[in-house]
Write a protein that binds this ligand. Structure first.
Ligand code: FAD
Length: 285
């Protein structure tokens, strides 16, 4: 963990573009509430193949309207250099100076990857287009990306993204803290020297969490899973237990010197505010 301790801590929030009118009302309120916490930035996801192009833009605009630093995600699979170039131009006009660069996953039934195959190619392209002053975040996987042939190969891929010009990384969420510590140490041994910010998933709904975790390869440890199963529909107990577990995870990460936290908000402010207060966090230093 030593290499991570030198970076100033920053806290960021991730949203997804709402699909319904109710979702649009919720996100406006969520952004208002979370803006009060003065995060370093707020990011918004982007569907692979451009499926949420308008929704992502609209959400980024809502963030900018609240005088917050907006960081759009850009996925490259199924896309082209022309499309990415236009996206970068549109975002630059909004004042965006940093993006999260990802491969994404091809939607079911689609097999043409387009002009990019992996995220490192997107990082190279963005660096060429935007120069050195533009910030590029990438994803990394302490519990190993589900399609990686091996843990070693996954770190080599992460290294390619850093070599291509990524400034900072956000991890997939995890509940096994040792996976993060080991990953960071292995990155250090592999000469990867950028902040590796833990992605934090609040626990508020077991069914949804189990579904996400199956898809993205994040393990829910048995001792957590069993308790969440026991709570059944008792959402209040799930939330109270989730707050204990996740705030303890965050506290141990911060005490060990991680360079901040990136919260997957799922467009809800209450679980994030509860964590923030439990941890006694402040905005960027
Ligand atoms: P890559 O870094 O390209 O890696 C993908 C896989 O390919 C890995 O298994 C890697 O080891 C392997 N690989 C890479 N290069 C090679 C190579 N040359 N040869 C063989 N194998 C290789 N998804 C969305 O659709 N929209 C979002 O906005 C979004 N935001 C995310 C934010 C974060 C912080 C995280 C952690 C994930 C996010 N995702 C998002 C999910 C992400 O798109 C998926 O996890 C996707 O499967 C991989 O994206 P990547 O950028 O990590 O891909």
């Amino acid at each position: 963990m030593e290499s991570q301790q030198k970076y100033p801590k920053h806290y960021s929030f991730e949203f997804f573009p709402p699909r319904t009118d109710k979702g649009k009302t919720t996100i406006a309120k969520t952004l208002d509430e979370l803006s009060k916490l003065k995060p370093a930035y707020m990011s918004c996801t982007y569907g692979a193949g451009g499926t949420t192009q308008v929704g992502t833009y609209d959400t980024v605009k809502l963030i900018v309207d609240r005088q917050q630093t907006a960081v759009p995600h850009i996925t490259c699979i199924g896309s082209s250099k022309g499309v990415i170039c236009n996206l970068l131009k549109t975002y630059t006009e909004l004042g965006v100076k940093r993006v999260v660069a990802l491969r994404g996953d091809l939607p079911q039934g689609q097999s043409d990857p387009g002009e990019f195959h992996y995220a490192n190619e997107l990082v190279t392209f963005i660096r060429e287009e935007m120069g050195e002053d533009f910030g590029i975040e990438v994803a990394c996987y302490p519990e190993v990306h589900p399609q990686a042939p091996s843990a070693r190969a996954d770190i080599e891929n992460f290294k390619r993204k850093v070599g291509a010009g990524a400034n900072c990384a956000i991890t997939q969420y995890f509940f096994n803290i040792d996976a993060y510590f080991r990953f960071v140490d292995e990155c250090e041994q592999s000469d990867i020297h950028i902040p590796i910010v833990p992605g934090i998933m609040p626990i508020t709904n077991y069914t949804q969490l189990a579904k996400f975790s199956d898809l993205c390869g994040a393990e829910i440890p048995r001792w957590i899973r069993k308790r969440l199963e026991d709570y059944g529909d008792d959402l209040e107990s799930i939330r109270a237990f989730g707050l204990d577990v996740v705030s303890e995870l965050c506290r141990r990460l911060l005490d060990a010197g991680c360079p901040g936290l990136h919260f997957y908000t799922l467009n809800k402010h209450e679980p994030i505010v509860a964590l923030w207060q439990r941890l006694g966090l402040k905005g960027p230093v």
